[in-house]
Design a protein around this ligand. Structure first.
Ligand code: PBG
Length: 329
């Protein structure tokens, strides 16, 4: 390519039509997944560390999912918030077919059958200690947890969940969950693996929302979630989950891990989701509330960054707002 002055990079940028023509990536409503919280109370409750996010009552959840569907959002990811008194050492409520999340899925599917419903598979909303697995003597037991996750996956899929999303990071859980779904005659239930999930401090506001922060106390999840210093390891995690039968994989958190997202997409060329986690959402909103950043612009720019880094889909708490913005043009 000839250099300046024959080449002038600004030529293509001079007009809006030209910028539109040469744009390499676009963000559309089809890219969005809306993560949301449901609780058993009659009224929705704001989550203070996530402005604009609430623990929704079942009725409000259904209403909002219908709104998401009407906006063209392809899927929602529903997280249950249990009262502390219902949490146990082993999290047995996770595989109770009448638990809150199964009730929520049935209600949502009845009202909006044509939007995808994603459910986490992990024990943390259900355990009194806030860990994603079964704990004995301070150790998170891998294989015992995997059996619990199989049961949790099956009740959720039987309730109508379309996509099972193991977020627990136990070894071998994708293959085990696939086997359990197939044995329960649910071969069409998809699996979205939280394949490269880091032990991140950016999950703080989510843990406020589901109440697992108080339960966790000073404990952490570093014996199962990945070390933020590693990215080759993420590729091994993704390879294993695909071998075990994952239909889609996820990188999480998002913005601090764009390099991992790009490596995963380049290496495997499979449907790759990214999670703009609670702490990322909280940072952008907190700055916007102070008048330091323009909320809508930084949100759209950060979601575009995920597309540029190779994401096929993005979980964002701002999905409804963003969909409205995108539709307004
Ligand atoms: C549960 C789970 C977490 C998130 C999604 N599923 C928290 C954690 O692993 O502690 C985090 C989502 C967010 O921060 O927005 N296993």
């Amino acid at each position: 390519m000839p250099a300046y002055p024959r080449t002038r990079m600004r030529r293509n940028r001079r007009t809006a039509w030209s910028r539109a023509l040469v744009r390499e990536n676009v963000l559309t409503v089809d890219d969005l997944i809306w993560p949301c919280f449901v609780h058993a109370g009659a009224h929705s409750q704001d989550v203070p560390s996530m402005p604009g996010v609430a623990r929704l009552s079942l009725t409000d959840l259904v209403e909002n999912v219908v709104a998401a569907r009407d906006l063209g959002i392809p899927a929602v990811a529903i997280f249950p918030v249990l009262d502390a008194s219902l949490k146990t050492l082993d999290g047995e409520r996770a595989w109770d077919p009448d638990n809150l999340i199964c009730q929520a899925v049935r209600r949502v599917k009845a009202a909006a059958p044509d939007i995808g419903v994603i459910c986490d598979v992990a024990l943390d909303p259900f355990t009194s200690h806030g860990q994603d697995g079964i704990v004995r003597d301070g150790i998170i037991l891998n294989d015992e947890t995997v059996v619990a996750l199989q049961k949790q996956a099956v009740v959720q899929a039987q309730a109508g969940c379309d996509v099972i999303a193991p977020s627990d990071m136990m070894d071998g859980r994708i293959g085990a969950v696939r086997d359990a779904l197939d044995a329960a005659k649910l071969p069409d239930t998809q699996i979205l693996s939280y394949a490269a999930k880091y032990a991140s401090a950016f999950y703080g506001p989510f843990r406020d929302a589901v109440g697992s922060k108080a339960a966790l106390g000073a404990a952490d999840k570093r014996t199962y979630q990945q070390d933020p210093g590693n990215s080759d390891e993420a590729l091994r995690e993704v390879a294993l989950d695909l071998e075990e039968g994952a239909d889609m994989v996820m990188v999480k958190p998002g913005m601090p891990y764009l390099d991992v997202l790009r490596r995963v997409k380049d290496r495997f060329a499979v449907p790759t989701m990214v999670y703009q986690v609670s702490g990322e959402y909280a940072m952008l909103h907190a700055a916007a509330q102070n008048g330091w950043l323009d909320r809508d612009s930084v949100m759209l720019e950060s979601l575009m960054a995920f597309k540029r880094a190779g994401a096929d889909g993005i979980l964002t708490y701002a999905a409804l707002d963003v969909a409205r913005r995108l539709r307004a043009g």
